[in-house]
Design a protein around this ligand. Structure first.
Ligand SMILES: [Zn+2]
Length: 264
């Protein structure tokens, strides 16, 4: 899947309340209770915008817990294991299930324990120019790159500049180079090439991620529910603006015996 249509991509985008409906539906279906038998693992980018989106998801999820009355309860149900990776990408052959072992070990109840993983890469979208790869952040007058890490690595490849010396960025750059070659991605207007890079980066990590999560599920005897996709960062008119969108691309459960089933 090298070619992608920006219109199709945007058409699949849902907002945060809709995403929370999906998350809550899956939690009900698989008897996942926040603060009880689950650790929620968020794998996303280091960008502060991604932190904001996760905070907004947490806030929105509260409506499913009307009995929450105090901060102590909130802290209990909002416990997260946050893995910040450049681009939110679980790099094939670099990241392994071992980095998720602590999360699996921290589920409060050992009976019927589960990991719920939310994995989001991200891309900016400037609705005014219809361009992907940047958006206007709160307090800014002009757009700045998103994902900054993916975009800067991609731009360096296009310009033929030498690889970053930072280990993680270097690994991401190598992976992007591979994606460009496998999917024959060429420069395109309106950041459609960066959208192709981002979607394929996300998609191509999935077989590796599945394999690693399967090892974790079997080794730690824990069911793992995975939800993943791409966050679309939208221009901010104010700090109250929570109009960011999510394109959910994968939902599956891996059982302790290693069986993997897509969640419809
Ligand atoms: Zn980023």
């Amino acid at each position: 899947m090298g070619q992608v249509s920006a219109d199709n991509f945007l058409a699949k985008a849902i907002d945060i309340p809709q995403l929370c409906e999906v998350i809550n539906g899956i939690m009900e279906r698989y008897s996942v209770f926040l603060g009880v038998n689950v650790v929620v693992v968020v794998i996303n980018c280091l960008d502060e915008q991604c932190t904001t989106v996760i905070d907004n998801i947490k806030y929105e999820m509260r409506r499913f817990y009307p009995a929450i009355i105090d901060n102590d309860t909130l802290i209990k149900i909002e416990k997260f294991y946050n893995m910040r990776l450049f681009g939110g990408i679980f790099l094939p052959k670099i990241k392994t299930y071992e980095s998720l072992l602590p999360a699996a070990h921290h589920v409060p109840v050992k009976e019927d324990d589960k990991l719920l993983i939310l994995n989001l890469s991200h891309i900016g979208y400037d609705g005014n120019t219809k361009e992907f790869g940047s958006f206007v952040r709160h307090g800014h007058d002009s757009p700045t790159p998103a994902c900054g890490a993916i975009k800067s690595c991609y731009d360096q490849i296009l310009k033929g500049i030498k690889m970053p010396s930072d280990y993680d960025l270097r690994a991401l750059t190598k992976y992007i180079k591979k994606i460009i070659s496998i999917h024959n991605i060429k420069p395109k207007p309106l950041g459609h090439d960066l959208l192709e890079v981002t979607i394929n980066l996300y998609n191509d990590q999935i077989p590796w991620l599945k394999q690693q999560l399967k090892k974790l599920a079997q080794k730690d005897e824990i069911d793992i529910i995975y939800m993943g996709g791409i966050e679309v960062d939208i221009n901010k008119e104010s700090d109250k603006d929570t109009h960011d969108k999510i394109v959910l691309m994968d939902k599956f459960i891996i059982q302790q015996n290693g069986d993997i089933t897509d969640i419809s």
